[in-house]
Design a binder for this molecule. Sequence first.
Ligand code: HEC
Length: 135
Amino acid sequence: MLKQALVATLLLAALPVAADTPQQLIAGYAAQAASNQPGFVPSAERGRQLYMNRFALADKMPNCAACHTEKPVAPGTHVITGKAIQPLAPAANPERLTSSSKVEKWFKRNCSEVVGRECTAAEKADFLQFLANGG
Ligand code: HEC
């Protein structure tokens, strides 16, 4: 019995991390942000500003909306490769914001390219709140 329990535990530990929910991801970033901004509360409005703001570092991708369109519930197009991008808002695409590693990977890449630096935990919480609210 004990051995079986141990094997089961090891098997569980080897499985990929369980799916996240948008609310869990937002709560995680908000908690990180609150560590240096006490009382931090995610704001969908600030998230919208980040999404729409024209950083204009790169001609082809001045802002997040360049690839994801002005409406995150709409399908987008990669401005460089021309490939289709599924909608970013979970309301239109239930697979969105269900994997912290995927979200981190794309924040890292897209913030570096568009904003010119990594996004802060506060910005990520705001951005995800904006998406979770349907954009
Ligand atoms: C050059 C095109 C492009 C731009 C500009 C862009 N993205 Fe993306 N983004 C992508 C692609 C490609 C994917 C991943 C493909 C997919 O999952 O459909 C993606 C995925 C994401 C995801 C993953 C969501 C999930 O749960 O699957 C997040 C978060 C994201 N982008 C945020 C941003 C933010 C924030 C900005 C602006 C700072 C931005 N993106 C600008 C192309 C872009």
